[in-house]
Design a protein around this ligand. Sequence first.
Ligand code: PHE
Length: 339
Amino acid sequence: MLEKVEALKQEVLNFNPENEAELEAFRLKMLSKKGEIPALFKAFRDVPADQKKAYGQQINELKNLATECFESLKNQFETQADDFSDMDLTRPGYPEDRGSRHPISIVRREILEIFNRLGYVISDGPEIEDDEHNFGLLNFPPEHPARDMQDTFFIEKNPDVLLRTHTSSSQSHEMQEMEPPIRSITPGRVFRNEAISARAHCQFHQIEGLYIDEGVSFADLKHSLLYFAREFFGEKTKIRLRPSYFPFTEPSAEMDVSCSLCGGKGCNVCKYTGWLEILGCGMVDPNVLDASGIDSKKYTGYAFGMGIERIAMLKYGINDLRLYFENDKRFLEQFRMEI
Ligand code: PHE
């Protein structure tokens, strides 16, 4: 018996756990109810009376030794866990992987803000349209090539239903539903049945402007667009209006801005012309006003429409339309710093 006690004592003295799990195993083996030491106490009952004293002393010593050993090691492990001395509290945190705005959203927002400052109200129109709003009310003759299946996505079962090919369709709604003065700026997605390439896509985004009131003139149009161009591309920007044709405006024009990359000197972005085409515009054709119930003898107005993809391409030097729709993080992450 005493040999056993001696062996356990040695075991306690040599015990040197590496972790708390080993310490717990020690407690179970030695001190727990079914452990070695309580077993020795049970055995104490059968020890002959003359040996009881010596034996009792030994097992008490063993018990104290084991308990002390356990307690002090437990304390040691606990203080180790609380020890932050090797932690660098000044180290910056890990960066959060934040999302970023899409370049189309950034540019749309910026354009809307500029026109908003001029008093334009931001409005909205449906992407699914009828022939009347996309074409008819906008003075497109029935045989006009833009209605061709090549350009327009029609719904097969009902050729009167189509996906709008331009945001000008929202002009039709506004003129029908509102009384002048109307001053709106309308962003939206438009669809054209085109093969997808670096320069063409079957869906893209436009922003439409419309202003109708008494005495609105071409000079007002020109000045609003000049203001926009300078706010967006920089204060030294020049604009140029070239005569053009749209069925719903008369006269019509296309607007160029002086190339913001080379300052008008000529570079490969402006194809050495010094100018970049950014939008179509014109005075609302009196036929269009009358068709929507606005008295063209009393009111005049102007409209303009621009493609957001194209303007974002010029702003960021993007050379392929498809990048906008591919959701490639390597492309999108480059706009992280923008708001
Ligand atoms: N809707 C025309 C287009 O898609 C642009 C435009 C809008 C032209 C308003 C004149 C007035 O190209």
